[in-house]
Design a protein around this ligand. Structure first.
Ligand code: CA
Length: 362
């Protein structure tokens, strides 16, 4: 879409709703001026950590502005479909959303690096790259052409590798394996000879129970326990090589963002950064607690993928990422930045985090 057309469509989108028009900021801002925004998310109503975290973000904006800037939050499906967030915010139907950028790979392949890529950076690494390694600038560049502004606003931490009904000892154990695993991780499993099955959340449990699929990934112990997978699969594998630290996003309509007075912009940015920290902390706390519960509910075996399997998958992941990067110049640019940053950070991580964790685990 051309810039001019885009601006026009945003205008039309915003003007279509009189409630939103009334809330649009004016040029001069008195202390009594109020801004009311709407946020749509990709999460089910009440979905713990993600939807509740988005609601907390909105609440914080209100608190930081003494109630002068409020955001009403709508869960996935309430105002627009869960995966309609990008279009709704880009077109100005609403001013912001909470989601994950890799859902928008169809819009631009480059966006995948801003959530998580197989064998990519963990949460700490993603924050380092985004905030100080040029990652967020690239993300802004990609989103700018869609009339959007991104902000990191949450992280899942290292996810789990998933639930399997058989042991995974070698890479060839993926041959013929029917696994529910979306995105780039799915492309890697496919390269390893597996069959990738895409299922909505509500159908995963019964599909695993009935043998329609042999394996599935989901999130981590806390959300997996709620799904009840421990009752229908035996082997629970870590780590989530395909999602080592998935970043959640606050996705903002650029025109609406730029129209905000400086103090409201600052409040929104601060609330996003706060959510980025707190959501990860909540994931870590709830996952560690759920892990103990999982071990007692159901007869499961906790496993870590053998080194040989990880090395094999990592090689395939490299091929998948190169293919994705070759899809357009922006993806290539983002991939290059990410790869260089990761290579440098790895050297430091081996000496610091890795060495420390080895001691701690020991
Ligand atoms: Ca996942």
């Amino acid at each position: 879409m051309k810039r001019r057309d885009f601006v026009k469509s945003v205008g039309a989108g915003i003007l279509a709703s009189s409630a939103v028009t009334a809330a649009l900021p004016q040029n001069s801002f008195g202390a009594d001026k109020k801004v009311r925004w709407r946020m749509v998310t990709s999460w089910p109503p009440g979905f713990p950590i993600l939807q509740t975290g988005a609601e907390e973000l909105a609440k914080r904006v209100g608190e930081l502005t003494q109630g002068r800037f409020t955001i009403q939050v709508f869960a996935g499906g309430e105002l627009v479909p869960p995966l309609g967030v990008f279009d709704a915010v880009s077109q100005g139907t609403v001013q912001c959303g909470h989601s994950a950028s890799y859902y928008w790979a169809g819009k631009s392949p480059a966006v995948q690096w801003f959530t998580s890529v197989p064998f990519g950076l963990n949460a700490q690494g993603m924050n380092a790259w985004l905030y100080y390694g040029g990652g967020l600038k690239l993300w802004e560049e990609v989103y700018s052409s869609f009339g959007l502004v991104p902000r990191p606003a949450g992280n899942t931490g290292v996810q789990m590798g998933g639930w399997f009904n058989k042991e995974i000892n070698t890479l060839s154990d993926f041959k013929g394996l029917k696994m529910r695993i979306p995105g780039l991780g799915g492309k890697v499993v496919k390269k390893a000879g597996g069959t990738v099955v895409l299922l909505p959340a509500g159908e995963i449990y019964t599909s695993l129970e009935r043998g329609v699929i042999d394996a599935t990934e989901w999130v981590g112990p806390y959300h997996d326990l709620r799904m009840g997978f421990q009752r229908v699969a035996k082997f629970y594998y870590g780590p989530g090589w395909h999602e080592p630290g998935s970043v959640l996003e606050l996705i903002i309509n650029k025109k609406a963002y730029e129209a905000l007075p400086a103090e409201f912009k600052a409040a929104l940015d601060a609330a996003a950064a706060e959510t980025n920290v707190k959501m990860l902390a909540e994931f870590e706390q709830k996952n560690s607690k759920a892990l103990s519960l999982l071990e007692t509910d159901g007869n499961i075996k906790l496993k870590i993928f053998p080194d040989q399997v990880m090395i094999g998958l990592r090689k395939l992941a490299k091929e998948v990422l190169s293919q994705e990067a070759s899809k357009d110049p922006m993806a290539a640019k983002v991939h290059k930045s990410f790869k260089e940053f990761k290579t440098r950070l790895n050297k430091w991580s081996i000496l610091s985090e890795k060495a420390y964790y080895t001691t701690v685990a020991g």
